[in-house]
Design a protein around this ligand. Sequence first.
Ligand code: MG
Ligand code: ZN
Length: 218
Amino acid sequence: MRLEREVLEKNDRLAERGRGWFAGRGVFALNLMGSPGAGKTALIERTIREAGGRPEVVVIEGDQETSRDAERVRAAGGRVVQINTGAGCHLDAAMVLSALPGLDPPPGSLLVIENVGNLVCPALFDLGEGARAVVCSVAEGDDKPLKYPHMFRRADAIVLSKVDLLPYVPFDRALFFARAREVNPRARLLEVSATRGDGVGAWLSWLREALPGRVSPP
Ligand code: MG
Ligand code: ZN
């Protein structure tokens, strides 16, 4: 327990350094979290395409292995750095800081940090982000906010994904959002289908409102 506290305290110091770096540069960082397969990368791809450069979206991809997601982001037109955590199950602030010089996010950009797919420990590690979003798909079950409350409680946005699959899965949408509200009364509640495009406009509006300087749509 003591070791864990020391690790988290060290991380918090580095996260503050990152927060200062982002503020000094006018970059808005979003920590995007969720289970493997929740649709985080698909949402990033769609966000890059629909943002149309307003704002410019740059990406840090966190996965245990491979640069598959970085390749997808690049194909969608985004600049990206891939971090492989090996046996690690989350990104930490030191990893994000080490990726910044290579990525060189321009002033006014949105930096999306796609965390390692996991609803547990990424919630504990501050990355210096300006906002946190958790993505949960309709295929995962409507009980996830109750089972992983730490993740949902600390989110600024809770995004229900893959809503195009609602007719095919036993998922109570109203119950999911009621549970999300119960755990986190202040988060913005959103729903998207990254493949079909539903809700992506509202998601993008939320991001644009959060950006310093309030980037207006094109
Ligand atoms: Mg991914
Ligand atoms: Zn972890």
